[in-house]
Design a protein around this ligand. Structure first.
Ligand code: ADP
Length: 237
């Protein structure tokens, strides 16, 4: 049987004795967008950091393509996972092209291969090629976020982890990026795990939804569970 790209087995985690994740077991389907929803403080970011090995859980196992994470060789494993956060964190002194291409240099990809990939990615998210010569401060927040998306996808990671990357963007910009993301999923599908607290975002993007509450994955399933989550928000439970 094919293994899942990401699997969590009985994960628990505490901060200073306070439980944050309590026995979370989840299997993320290949090439689907799974949105992790939950109220602020429910452990969503912690869960994502457990998946990419930044946090070593108190107990439990994280498997990437069927293999338990090796914390000794975490950097090799991380190359399989792009990571996008709300603060894009582009280097201010590097051009947009240099920012997107940086990881390719780190792993010694040939320059012409990197160039082709950057051009392709910028086209995919509709960033004009001329922006490659600009510096981050010359781009809007939405454009910087799109550059961040390109950077995360440079080495074609089969898994893309995203932690509320669109939370600070205005409605129109968000929707433009949603369209780009869905187009990217059509052309080069990958396993996307997106942390969000935005039900509309989940409705538009999710193939699957996970609902975290008090550190437990309360509901999993396809996007139809969003309605139940809405009711839970409304009733304050
Ligand atoms: P979410 O992403 O759902 O808002 P987080 O995973 O960021 O939730 O945080 C879950 C809980 O753990 C919160 O109560 C938060 O204050 C706490 N927490 C998060 N990171 C740390 C940390 N590094 N040290 C101590 N407590 C933390």
């Amino acid at each position: 049987m094919a293994s899942y790209p990401v699997e969590l087995l009985q994960i628990t985690h505490h901060y200073s004795g306070e439980p944050v994740l309590a026995d979370v077991s989840l299997a993320f389907e290949a090439n689907c967008v799974t949105v992790i929803l939950g109220k602020s403080g429910s452990g969503k970011s912690t869960l994502l950091q457990v998946i990419n090995g930044m946090i070593r859980p108190g107990t439990g196992t994280v498997k990437i393509f069927g293999e338990p994470i090796s914390y000794k060789d975490i950097h090799t494993m991380r190359l399989q996972m792009g990571y996008v956060v709300q603060q894009v964190g582009l280097f201010p002194h590097l051009t947009i092209y240099e920012n997107i291409a940086l990881l390719g240099k780190v792993v010694h990809r040939p320059t012409d291969v990197i160039r082709k990939r950057v051009v392709h990615l910028m086209d995919m998210v509709k960033l004009p090629q001329a922006y490659g010569d600009k510096y981050p401060y010359q781009l809007s927040g939405g454009e910087q976020q799109r550059a961040g998306l390109c950077r995360a996808m440079l080495l074609e990671p089969p898994v893309l982890l995203m932690d509320e990357p669109f939370a600070a963007l205005d409605y129109e910009t968000k929707h433009t990026i949603y369209d780009h993301l869905l187009a990217i999923q059509k052309h080069e599908p990958r396993t996307v795990i997106l942390v969000s607290h935005d039900l509309e975002e989940a409705q538009l993007l999710a193939d699957n939804v996970v609902w975290l509450q008090d550190g437990t994955a309360k509901m999993t399933g396809d996007a139809s569970v969003i309605r139940s989550i809405q009711e839970s928000y409304r009733s304050g439970k």
